[in-house]
Design a protein around this ligand. Structure first.
Ligand SMILES: CC(C)(COP(=O)(O)OP(=O)(O)OC[C@H]1O[C@@H](n2cnc3c(N)ncnc32)[C@H](O)[C@@H]1OP(=O)(O)O)[C@@H](O)C(=O)NCCC(=O)NCCS
Length: 217
């Protein structure tokens, strides 16, 4: 089945294989450079071709995209995945695909990314987006906890940020559950959202490494 194929990126194919390659006789098996992140119920992993259909479908869902300026076309969704996988291949972290272990179902993404140029702050932000049927199970918070732990314990980042349109209360609730805090003085107008849009007013949450409680609060 082609659907389980790992995605190949434009950067000359995958830098790593999905599992540990077979080691030469007498040698320890190679360790994979980028670990999959595992939680009780989820695996955060590389992207597969079988993720493209559900990823495009969720990005075409106006409810999932309620706090974004527009829904995404199939082409935009495919391009985004190519970019995510290229980032994972290049640096070992980024926007991971999220799969429910019990069912093998792809449900969305969670990860880390450097803040875009042009924002009124710099750093690395965490983010999450799930298909609607995956809401209300605690998956986003569970995946985000793994990502934040990875940011502090493996990448040694001093701080993780998170950003949302001010009205995106579900996303802000994830930030609250992670123990992130918001200073209203950091509220800002997102330059990527058209002027006049009610989505432009945005909030910034922060979590310093020293304030991180790995198991939650
Ligand atoms: C933001 C988003 C990921 C949040 O999803 P979510 O399901 O609300 O958040 P979680 O996965 O953490 O789930 C929490 C909910 O699951 C419930 N839950 C059920 N079973 C649970 C379990 N075993 N463990 C923990 N929580 C559980 C919690 O009580 C909570 O319910 P509540 O919302 O009624 O309070 C989702 O709304 C989404 O994808 N939105 C569209 C994209 C988006 O806006 N992304 C963010 C951009 S800034």
């Amino acid at each position: 089945m082609g659907g389980a194929e790992p995605l190949r990126t434009a950067e000359g194919g995958r830098a790593r294989t999905a599992g540990n390659p077979v080691a030469p006789p007498g040698r320890t098996p190679y360790r994979r450079l980028m670990p999959e992140l595992r939680t009780d119920r989820l695996v955060l992993r590389d992207w597969r071709t079988s993720d493209l259909d559900p990823w495009a479908a969720m990005n075409a869902d106006p409810v999932v995209r309620e706090y974004f300026p527009e829904v995404l076309t199939r082409a935009q969704s495919e391009a985004s995945v190519a970019g995510f996988q290229a980032d994972l291949d290049r640096r070992g972290w980024g926007w991971w695909a999220v799969e429910v272990v019990a069912t093998g179902e792809f449900v969305g993404f969670t990860g880390l990314d450097p803040v875009e140029d042009g924002m009124p702050f710099t750093g690395v932000e965490a983010g999450w987006r799930l298909a609607r049927p995956a809401w209300g199970h605690g998956y986003a918070t569970e995946a985000a906890r793994a990502v934040v732990s990875h940011a502090f314990e493996c990448l040694a980042l001093p701080e993780v940020l998170a950003v949302a349109a001010a009205g995106n209360l579900r996303s802000r609730a994830v930030m609250d559950r992670l123990g992130m805090t918001r200073d209203p003085a950091d509220d800002f107008d997102d330059p990527e959202v058209p002027e006049g849009s009610p989505l432009r007013r945005s909030v910034l949450y922060r979590l310093r490494a020293g304030d991180h409680r790995p198991g939650g609060r």
